[in-house]
Design a protein around this ligand. Structure first.
Ligand code: BV8
Length: 247
């Protein structure tokens, strides 16, 4: 399943960066965006996942996020998330960059994922900027308000047309420049700037591996494409690594 080249690099002291997308959470039951049951099949992102839509109809946008928060509350990380959390204990230099807002990497034990697009379990006041975590408390409120200044709360996620958090971008840039192996896992590689990160890492010299159930826009550029479900492939990768690391 894995090339000799990849095994050789993993046996050494690589700097590993992993970029994940919605595909890594699919086996937990979180709908992806472009799959058969994809979120964007039913809803148009421009109608919901952008600030203008929010200002126009905050209650509708909140209804969508409350729905997604409720869905995510009832599901568990899968073996792919846990394998990545385990890998970061084996390799000293390991970066996890995620496009996902579902909080599943943190729940699986990943220590400090670089959350490019924020986290659905955190809210932010559009007036004073205060962050709040009492998502559960606010579930029934159609437009939650800030407990500090009574301003309107929004989900602390990055919408289309919004800049990514500067600190996350800074950490992601460092990971791209330093990585010797870059894994792109469960992403259709269509949303910028995340979609360009594997290419930048490869241009900086990383060995680029893609894990996906189907080819993507990125596939022509990767050094190694491993077809399959991340929840099945990552535990096998972890097992191989622990076997030669223990020798
Ligand atoms: C930005 C959070 C600078 C919210 C998300 C015009 C004006 C303004 C901007 C743009 C513009 N034109 C283009 C842009 C840039 C825009 C963009 O890229 N648009 C795209 C659609 C063309 N990007 C932005 O706006 C970004 N900001 O550029 O700022 C700027 C600012 C102003 C003006 C100009 C520039 C911000 C983008 C962030 C948007 N927020 N999420 C929320 O979720 O509610 S995006 C959201 O969609 C996700 O976070 C993720 O990034 C993306 C979905 O992609 P994937 O994760 O890849 O999921 P997808 O379903 O597509 O694919 C799943 C994959 O998994 C598939 O390949 C499938 O085969 C695979 N899979 C399935 N099951 C498995 C599996 N693989 C393995 N195992 C399995 N079991």
């Amino acid at each position: 399943m894995f090339s000799e080249e990849l095994r050789y690099l993993l046996r050494g002291e690589p700097v590993i960066t992993v970029l994940t997308g919605a595909g890594i959470s699919a086996e937990s039951g979180v709908p992806t965006f472009r799959g058969e049951d994809g979120i964007w099949k039913k809803l148009k992102p421009e109608e919901l996942a952008n600030f203008d839509a929010f200002l126009k109809n905050p209650a509708l946008v909140w209804e969508w996020y409350h729905h997604r928060q409720n869905l995510i509350k009832n599901i568990e990380p899968n073996r792919g998330h846990y394998a990545l959390a385990e890998l970061e204990t084996i390799y000293k230099r390991f970066y996890l960059i995620t496009q996902n807002i579902d909080n599943l990497h943190i729940r699986a034990g990943s220590k400090n994922p670089i959350e490019l697009h924020g986290n659905i379990m955190r809210n932010r006041c559009i007036k004073c900027g205060a962050l709040s975590y009492e998502v559960e408390l606010l579930k029934e409120v159609s437009i939650p308000e800030c407990s500090i200044c009574n301003g309107m709360l929004r989900p602390d996620v990055v919408w289309f047309g919004e800049m990514l958090p500067p600190q996350s971008l800074k950490e992601a840039n460092r990971a791209m420049q330093e990585s010797t192996i870059f894994f792109s896992i469960g992403t259709s590689a269509q949303v910028q700037p995340a979609a360009s990160m594997p290419i930048w890492a490869k241009n900086y010299g990383a060995y680029l591996v893609e894990i996906n159930i189907e080819e993507t826009l990125l596939t022509p550029y990767v050094d190694e494409f491993i077809k399959g479900k991340s929840g099945e492939i990552l535990p096998v990768l972890l097992k191989e690594i622990t076997s030669f690391k223990s020798k």
